[in-house]
Design a protein around this ligand. Sequence first.
Ligand SMILES: [Zn+2]
Length: 485
Amino acid sequence: MVTPEILARYEAVIGLEVHVQLATRSKLFCGCPTSFGAPPNTNVCPVCLGMPGALPVMNRAAVEMAMKAAFAVNCQVQPFSRLARKNYFYPDLPKGYQISQYELPVAEHGYVDIEAGGVTKRIGVTRAHLEDDAGKSLHDGFRDSDRYTYVDLNRSGTPLIEIVSEPDMRSSDEAYAYLTELKLRLQYVQVSTCDMEKGHLRCDANVSVRPRGQQELGTKAEVKNLNSFRFLKLALDYEISRQVALIESGGKVEQESRLFNSDTWETAGMRSKEHAHDYRYFPEPDLVPLRISDAWREQLRGEMPELPGQKRARFIGVHGLREYDADVLTATRELSEYFEKAAAAAGDPRAAANWVMGDLAAALKEAGKDIADSPVPAERLGELIKLIASGEISGKLAKDIFSKMFVSGDSARAIVEREGLKQISDTGALSKIVDEVLAANPKQVEQYKGGKTTVMGFFVGQVMKASRGQANPAAVSELLKERLG
Ligand SMILES: [Zn+2]
């Protein structure tokens, strides 16, 4: 067992290779759909089945998404890059090779700034390259799964971009923060859903440890195929402890690929040697090199949306939001856009922020809905906020109206008019109610006149009740003071 004291004498060195499925409608080298959940082996053709003689054709949309992903991590898009064959045998790889990029990737020399432990840290991005995905082996779920493995090639040929970081991370928390920021940026630029449950974002982690102060790197192990943030953190923490324990007991870390077991939270060396071999990369002879003109590159750069960090800063600087609120409201691009629309319609960003993070978030959570499926469109939430600001409805009533909007999808104004819910500020109408309330409670009037001014609250409450919550509380107080004065 490695004690925290021993662990503290070592420093971890971590780099991540993140595979992201690009959100194109068709595959990287053929016209087959990339849709998820189709019956096995239906989204296939001779190209993605690896039939002899079938020729790949590069998907232009995939290249454009790769460029946007590259910009999102501050990489330089290369004017000339090349596809390469990565040869290995596996049953879910019908071609017998993956088409990837090797010595000339589509993008290089980027970085991502992360927040970790209250400080900003820059994590280098070595490169990003395009490649096609393999199919999927199905090892269980069939009656004869004890004897056979099935294969589904629907995923074969779907476009991926692999983003390789520098070994700049020093803890599982930093790796977690990096992956979080990377995912957020890729979602903002809409090149991938990054849905980890569907395997649209997967990551391999290279980990080594060295005594603190030592420059030379330790021997690294690669933990393959981590498909959740939690597993990434657990796998890294386990792997760091394992390597430290090994070194402390006089052993040596082997350079190898390891798999994380999500039941035991441990990593284990892959017994098969399939990942240890030489891929014999060579330039893909069926595809011309990828040339990206300055004009094309700059056109795509011009289409880049605002990134999360820029948006956070703008929400604080321009809309006057608190830092915490800006963080929450930029957690997804959809949420940030909803907020901005509501704020524009309301004319009051801070009130809009409160409603989006408060009543709306609670109602969505209870209904199990996402912001994209909100029954209350942003413009209508803005209209509701405007009605409060203009004094037409009280804040309390607004909450009831909001609940009705959420259920019916109607506008605030329609509900107010249908149900006669306008706030009563008209002195004539209010006077009548005030007089009735005073007449009905002679005892309390006596008390008030006897000096017990706290019964004022009681009167206000009675008037509010009599008006079904529609009386303007400020106007009511005024009137009561006048009558009792
Ligand atoms: Zn195909």
